[in-house]
Write a protein that binds this ligand. Sequence first.
Ligand SMILES: Cc1cc2nc3c(=O)[nH]c(=O)nc-3n(C[C@H](O)[C@H](O)[C@H](O)COP(=O)(O)O)c2cc1C
Length: 318
Amino acid sequence: MEKEAKWPGPEGLIPVLPKAASNASWHTRRFLDEILIEERIIGTHVADLTMQLWGKNFTSPIMMPAFSHLNKAGLDHQPMEEYAQAAKHLGIVNWVGMESDEDYAKIAEVGAETIRIIKPFADHEKISSQMAFAAAHRAFAVGIDIDHSIGTDGELDVVDGEKLGTLTAQDIEKFAAFSRELGMPFVAKGVLSTQDAAICQKAGVDAIVVSHHHGRLPFAVPPAMILPEIKKVSGKMKVFADCSVDDGRDAYKLMALGADAVSTGRAILPGLLKDGTPAVEKKIRQMNAQLKELMGYTGVAALDAFDPTVLWYHGRHF
Ligand SMILES: Cc1cc2nc3c(=O)[nH]c(=O)nc-3n(C[C@H](O)[C@H](O)[C@H](O)COP(=O)(O)O)c2cc1C
């Protein structure tokens, strides 16, 4: 059941769940909840969650979210650095969203393997310069949330006084090539169709995030629903997914449907805002245990052994 969530901070800073049928987060939650799992227990093993990604080793495919702005929530602590700390302690991938270079540098200083997601600014020079800044601060990868261009008024969105723009296939190709020059993988965050996924694949993108960005698109198709189709056109790209990954069972379902790794989002927010790093670590450890439990019950010994045929939806195999 959907709850009216109340987060601290200035009005509108942190997205809550509006009570409306158009709310994609609601459909996503409902869809994930209706996927059921059969058991394949004979001959199973305790699962290994370790993940290799772009030459580095991680302890789990559950990653941090690309959050932003949380240090401006008027708290007496710094959530952006705190969840980076948790990522570092746990040995999982960290993500950061829209932050100034100065603030990004402070988060990078924590030393987690961090993917920096930059807004699709109308000013492409700004995108390039933030990419170069990320490279200079040893980012693990860099990307653009390509799904954040249109605002709720139907016009190009403006965030923190910065005008955003739409990206063409050529723009994506250009930024992917620049990222290669800088020596970092390039990620397109916010892919929710086979058309966009195929364009990213052709443009030389290294990874996509199948996501509706906590419901930017009203009535957005749940990432879990479209993931198998997107996977078919993704070629060598890594396919990540997020939205409503609230526990390790949600992570399992997305991995079984083809995700190489997932990001949890607002599920870590209450603990992060209240108690910082330890609360985030506790939540991720719990999610890892839930993921490992389901992998054990379904004969999935490691991340390369997921099998979508264990999933059932409305009385049929998925
Ligand atoms: C406070 C907050 C700030 C966010 N900032 C960004 C951002 O700057 N860039 C971005 O790509 N996504 C941003 N997101 C979206 C998340 O990266 C992620 O896609 C989304 O929260 C996943 O859905 P979930 O919260 O239901 O798990 C933000 C989300 C929240 C809650």
